[in-house]
Write a protein that binds this ligand. Structure first.
Ligand code: GLA
Ligand code: ZN
Length: 674
């Protein structure tokens, strides 16, 4: 549970009373009660309000508001305002602002525009966080600290360059070593002085290829990503420590943007957050499995512990080009999806829709209509009542997963930051396919890092695990030797931690485990497919095509066309007590799904519930009690066969035996009663 002070699933969101007058606050409180709101986030971006100049801190507005809320039974998630440096600061200390990827320094305005390595910025951020914590340390309303807001941008300023060079000196010791690891004899890039080392901008090593920046010195870019991710994490930690000094028992978090967000290695961040929090703004066309993937990744950042859903829109966003409303019942469905995957809060951006400013069209619990007589408000209030009824029943329940997907930021970076055989072969797209198949199989799936204990799982799937160092290769071998089932794909095991290809045939350190070596990687544009024949069926495969030479592996599927015709594309290798599968191309989803189902059958792994198409099944466990979440994401009725026994839905108290009929967008949370 996030804080024992409030032992239920928290319900609320970002609240900006500073934009409104007293009469409106009173109305807000009335409406919050109607909707079952019990936590609001205050203070995000309120820097110029609480620190109007360099010397003055003024908490009077927050004091009044925190008291008022608490008197009305509402707790506070208190934010530090540090995502939006005030104008007095940027005017006097322009170095607090970042320099962008093209080498331009920001001058003013907006948010998420600070340099993570600016001592001045860190000083002001640390200080305002500390003052806030000191001031509110004894206030009973505060249940969570929210540091900054959606850390977003890399900086490329002179100061970051200086810090980067220091970081490199520490990492490599000598220029000689750096030149070796960065392979600088290629294209005459040998560095003879530390000062020559640039940050990777479009004025130095970066160039645009199709729709992304790649680097003429990929090893430098890789290290810069590591350095930037660490720098921004340090920024968070400066505030974290300042707060902890005064309120050691109140958890501290920051709301991570988008979960599968490339710039930050969130597995590293998760280690330093008391509880992980993230903001969920899916595209309305996205498959439910993609959203499930993001929730599962966030849950995986702290080894399966509950997390905070800090933001979702009750209705629509405003920053997208096209901002569809969530259709009736969808907000509720997506809220329970988050809870199924480990969220112990359901928080909105935002409580009241702004009257002006850049986000005035962003959805809110209280819309421009201003009262409770809206569809959005009614739906919000319904969920509020349900969460009240659920109480603490689901708190600290754990997702039960027999499979895991190995996710790796460094592989993602290294694979896409310099030319590889096919620019359309994308890390996330491969990950999404395999995750979807595991989710739909019904056996439960976690997302884990290389550091996680592999032995907890029956199956581990690692799509496009491009970068593999010795330790991970050994861990995977141990996992399979002991009886584990492993699957990996093309573009895995290609490079070591320096980004250097492991010679002797791909996939480097996994050759023995997989019982094969890859001689060539052919690549074609997306329009030119090949086919794989497997399980007596034909499936499409695209983009990259490994030419595989098996040693001990058995061939399951073969290419149908081209110069690879008849050659292996999908293989399996018996290794110790387990099995290692390999898929040598970017295959269509139907094949991924059938292959996963084949693996489950072959190795006697049976799901308790096989969800029909469009229905998501997540099982949770708490003190031996099981919760079966069934979520119908489809637009038609679905019938789900459930295990033997009598079940009750925690939301409606309806009882079920044998099957559950789900209306479109409906959800049930079943517990067995006999
Ligand atoms: C982000 C931010 C919020 C707000 C919302 C709008 O998630 O954290 O401040 O801008 O987007 O969707
Ligand atoms: Zn900088």
């Amino acid at each position: 549970m996030i804080n024992p002070k409030l032992p239920k699933i928290w319900y609320g969101g970002d609240y900006y009373p500073e934009q409104w007058d007293e009469k409106t606050w009173e109305e807000d409180l009335r409406l919050f009660k109607l909707a079952g709101i019990d936590v609001v986030t205050l203070g995000v971006f309120a820097w110029s309000l609480i620190q109007p100049d360099e010397e003055t801190y003024d908490f009077s507005f927050l004091d009044m508001m925190v008291d008022k809320l608490y008197q009305n039974g509402i707790h506070v998630c208190l934010a530090t305002p540090t995502a939006a440096p005030p104008h007095w600061m940027t005017q006097k200390y322009p170095e607090v602002l970042l320099v962008d990827i093209n080498g331009n320094r920001k001058e003013k305005g907006g948010r998420a525009n600070f340099c993570p390595n600016s001592e001045k910025y860190r000083y002001f951020a640390r200080k305002v966080a500390e003052k806030l914590a000191e001031h509110f340390k004894d206030h009973p309303a505060i249940v969570l600290w929210h540091v900054n807001n959606e850390y977003l941008n890399y900086c490329y300023c002179e100061n970051c360059a200086k810090k980067f060079r220091e970081w490199l000196k520490k990492k490599y010791g000598s220029l000689e070593e750096l030149n070796k690891r960065w392979y600088t004899r290629f294209w005459s890039q040998t560095f003879t002085d530390w000062e020559e080392i640039p940050v990777p901008t479009t004025r130095s090593v970066l160039f645009m290829r199709k729709d992304r920046y790649e680097s003429a010195l990929p090893e430098l870019y890789l290290d810069y990503r590591r350095f930037m991710s660490e720098s921004m994490l340090e920024c968070f930690l400066e505030e974290y420590k300042a707060i902890k000094k005064h309120t050691p028992h109140v958890p501290v978090t920051t709301n991570l943007i988008a979960a599968t967000f490339k710039p930050w290695n969130y597995f590293e961040w998760g280690k330093h957050m008391d509880v992980v929090a993230w903001d969920n703004y899916p595209d309305y066309r996205e498959d439910f499995s993609v959203v499930a993937l993001r929730h599962s990744l966030v849950r995986g950042l702290k080894g399966g512990k509950p997390f905070v859903l800090m933001e979702q829109s009750p209705s629509q966003a405003s920053w997208k080009w096209y901002n569809p409303q969530k259709r009736p019942k969808v907000m509720r469905l997506w809220t329970y999806q988050a809870i199924a995957h480990g969220a112990e809060t359901a928080m909105f951006f935002q409580m009241r829709q702004s009257k002006a400013g850049v986000e005035k069209f962003h959805g809110a619990v209280i819309t421009h209509v201003g009262n409770e007589h809206t569809r959005v408000f009614r739906e919000v209030a319904q969920v509020g009542a349900e969460l009240k009824k659920l109480g603490d029943t689901l708190l600290d329940s754990k997702v039960v997963s027999r499979s895991a997907l190995l996710f790796d930021w460094e592989s993602w970076w290294a694979l896409e930051d310099s030319p590889n055989p096919n620019i359309d072969f994308l890390y996330l797209r491969e990950v999404e396919k395999y995750f979807k198949a595991l989710l739909e199989s019904g056996i439960g799936v976690d997302i884990i890092s290389k550091e996680e204990d592999f032995k907890k799982y029956d199956i581990i799937v690692a799509p496009a695990l491009y970068m593999i160092e010795k330790e991970t290769a050994e861990k995977l071998k141990d996992f399979v030797s002991a009886g584990g089932i492993f699957l990996t794909t093309t573009m895995s095991g290609i490079v070591d931690e320096n980004g250097h290809v492991v010679l002797g045939g791909y996939p480097g350190l996994l050759r023995e485990l997989l019982g094969l070596w890859v001689e060539e990687i052919d690549a074609l544009p997306p329009s030119d497919a090949n086919e794989v024949v497997i399980f007596g069926k034909r499936y499409t495969c695209r983009l990259v095509f490994d030419v595989i030479r098996t040693t001990t592996a058995k061939t399951l599927g073969r290419y149908e066309k081209d110069y690879h015709a008849g050659q292996p594309c999908v293989t399996v290798n018996a290794y110790g007590k387990g099995f290692a599968y390999y898929v040598g191309s970017s295959v269509e989803y139907a094949l991924v799904k059938d292959l996963i189902l084949h693996m489950l059958r072959a190795h006697n792994i049976h799901p308790e519930i096989e969800p029909p198409e469009g229905v998501e099944f997540v099982k949770k466990e708490k003190n031996g009690r099981h919760f079966y979440f069934l979520l119908n994401h489809s637009d038609s009725k679905r019938t789900v066969e459930i295990p033997e026994g009598l079940f009750r839905d925690l939301l409606t108290d309806k009882e079920f035996f044998g099957v559950v009929e789900l209306e479109p967008k409906d959800v049930v949370i079943l517990v067995k009663i006999s």
